[in-house]
Design a protein. Structure first.
Length: 53
């Protein structure tokens, strides 16, 4: 069975956060030492017609 999927739209814009030198050094250290997992992903694409869910 095939059905059209809803259009994928990026609804948010990226925002760069300005860090002081000390904050940047701390952040880089955390990146090296920590395993980070992004839990805010929406890996599901819904059908155009919700009745086909």
């Amino acid at each position: 069975m095939r059905f059209p999927l809803s259009q994928q739209v990026n609804q948010s814009q990226s925002v760069a956060v300005t860090l002081s030198h000390d904050q940047e050094v701390r952040f880089r250290g955390l990146l090296e030492q920590t395993t980070m997992i992004d839990l805010h992903q929406h890996p599901m694409v819904k059908p155009e017609d919700p009745n086909q869910f």
